[in-house]
Structure formats: structure tokens, C-alpha cells
Design a protein around this ligand. Structure first.
Ligand code: AMP
Ligand code: MN
Ligand code: MN
Ligand code: MN
Length: 284
């Protein structure tokens, strides 16, 4: 299916997705082809802690007539929790971002060693080698450990791997290698980008806690929150838009696509942005 000319009002912006350069299953070329097939007009590839897939994605985007925005999803910590901050429309050549991806790459490697050590103490041997095999050319992450746990027969599926070993508060949940949320926000601003608080509902915080996080995110220089992250329960986008409005933040939207077949995280498949707040693309 080709890209048809659609009026700007119906542009589909998908500003959050992953390729094989982090924990996605499609190469940048395959990802862009799928985005075109799903009618996406503007895409930001937001791999975890790396820009490595951008050049290839951009080349394919040009061939397909799609517009690309630069992006990244930075792993951070805040109040003892893992928090993701998406950076959009960043200057990839900026000295600060070049340094940040190197820092994050090192942090990810150190974290992988720490996760493997903890899994070993929990009775799971050779996890580092196993996870690295699944990471391939991409940056190593918890989903790769999860696949190794499934492969080893320790758990039956990915969901159990996170529930028992890798999810928040479990033995393989190592966060202390990551920068503070406020630091990541500052770096993104220094790199000329727009910091976006990723998928607020995924942290499973109380509304009060989420408001504290949002307030500190704003104070640090944050500019938008993802009011839409894939297919969501009815009313969630409006709820998040109210929080965005309260703190003077714009709204962003994206699928958080990782792999075909996960129907709640499909490229371009989500509700339109609430009209009560400015859209993040009005900021660039
Ligand atoms: P990492 O970036 O290495 O900390 O891994 C976090 C990634 O793991 C997220 O971006 C998701 O893609 C994935 N993930 C988190 N929770 C789950 C879960 N319960 N089941 C499957 N994948 C998950
Ligand atoms: Mn991921
Ligand atoms: Mn995330
Ligand atoms: Mn993501």
C-alpha cells in the first residue's frame, strides 16, 4: 500500500516505537514499511537509549514518503522507580546527546552484568550470554533476559519472566545505573529536544504520586506527557490530558510498538489526541 496524500488534520503521528536496535523485532527498514502500510505520516523511532537505528530508518522514510522526527527513550530513575523519558526532535549531532548515548550504553552493559549476577544467585545460570544472544546487534535489555528465562524453561512466557524475575521490585530489576529523571530532562533540552514523560499509566502510581512526578518533570524542564500510549482504556487519555493541562504540558501520542501481533501496541493504531491541550508537534 502506498502513502496517500492526507490533509494535515488527519496526519497520523506515531512518536514512540522500537526497532532491533533496542528491544523491537523489526529492522528500521521493516519498521518504516509497516508504518507506511498502517497510514502513519510522521514517525519518531524512539529506541531505548540509542540513536543507532535512525540513519537507516530515515533513508527508508525518504523512500516511502514518510516524515521522520528524531527520537530516543531514555531510561531514568525517580524516587526508586524506573521512569522512561522520551526525547523528540533532538539534535543528534549535539555534543551532549553524543555523550548521553555513550553513558547510557555503558550503564546498560553494567546493568546487564548486575542482572545476570542476581539471576545467578537466584539459581539461573549463564543469563548474560543467553540474553546477549537475543540482543544481537541491539542494546541488551530486560526483554532479552526474559526470552532467555523462557528458553531455559525457568518460566513459561515473557509475562511470567517479568512478573517473577524482572519486573518492578523483582530480583532482576536493577535501576541504580540510570541517571535521575531530572538529569535526563535537562540533557534532552540541552540537545535542543522536547522531553516527554513516557506512558504515565504504566508506572501504576496513585494519581497523587503521578502528579508529584509530573510536577517535578515540569520543574526539570519537561514539556509534554504521553497522553496516548497505544490502545488505552476509555477515558484514560482525557484523564492524562487534565494532568497535562494542570502542569502546563503539551500532549504526545505513540504506539510504543515493539513487534507485530501485539495488537494494543500497533503502529498508528490509537485514538486521536484530546483537543484540550496543545500537541507536542506544535513545539517544533
Ligand atoms: P529495559 O529497557 O531493559 O529496562 O526493559 C524494559 C522493556 O521491557 C520495556 O520497554 C518493555 O518493552 C519490556 N517490558 C516491560 N514489562 C514487560 C512485561 N511485563 N512483559 C513483557 N515486556 C515487558
Ligand atoms: Mn521496550
Ligand atoms: Mn518505556
Ligand atoms: Mn518504549
Amino acid at each position: 500500500m502506498g502513502v496517500c496524500p492526507i490533509s494535515p488534520a488527519h496526519n497520523i503521528y506515531d512518536l514512540h516505537c522500537h526497532s532491533t536496535f533496542s528491544d523491537g523485532s523489526l529492522s528500521p527498514e521493516e519498521l518504516l514499511q509497516r508504518a507506511a502500510d498502517k497510514g502513519v505520516n510522521t514517525l519518531a523511532l524512539t529506541d531505548h537509549d540509542t540513536f543507532a537505528g535512525y540513519a537507516r530508518a530515515e533513508r527508508q522514510a525518504t523512500a516511502l514518503g514518510l516524515h521522520m522526527v528524531t527520537g530516543i527513550e531514555l531510561s531514568t530513575q525517580w524516587a526508586g522507580r524506573g521512569i522512561h523519558v522520551v526525547g523528540l526532535n533532538i539534535d543528534l549531532q549535539s555534543a551532549v546527546m553524543c555523550e548521553v548515548v555513550q553513558l547510557q550504553e555503558r550503564a546498560r552493559e553494567e546493568r546487564a552484568v548486575a542482572i545476570a549476577e542476581r539471576l545467578s544467585k537466584a539459581g539461573v545460570a549463564a543469563a548474560l550470554e543467553g540474553a546477549r544472544r537475543y540482543a544481537g546487534e541491539g542494546a541488551i535489555g530486560r526483554p532479552h533476559f526474559a526470552r532467555y528465562l523462557v528458553e531455559s524453561g525457568v518460566v513459561a512466557n515473557m509475562s511470567q519472566a517479568f512478573k517473577r524475575y524482572l519486573g518492578a521490585g523483582k530480583v532482576g530489576d536493577v535501576k541504580n545505573r540510570w541517571p535521575e529523571m531530572a538529569q535526563a530532562v535537562e540533557w534532552i533540552r540541552q540537545g535542543g529536544g522536547v522531553p516527554v514523560l513516557a506512558h504515565p499509566a504504566k508506572y501504576k502510581m496513585t494519581r497523587t504520586k503521578l502528579c508529584v512526578l509530573t510536577e517535578q518533570f515540569k520543574e526539570a524542564g519537561g514539556l509534554a506527557i504521553e497522553v496516548i500510549s497505544g490502545k488505552q482504556p476509555v477515558g484514560l487519555a482525557e484523564n492524562l490530558a487534565r494532568i497535562a493541562h494542570q502542569f502546563g504540558l503539551a500532549g504526545s501520542c505513540g504506539s510504543d510498538f515493539h513487534a507485530p501481533g501485539q495488537i494494543w501496541q500497533e503502529l498508528g493504531r490509537f485514538d486521536p489526541m484530546p483537543s484540550s491541550i496543545p500537541a507536542v508537534w506544535e513545539l517544533w
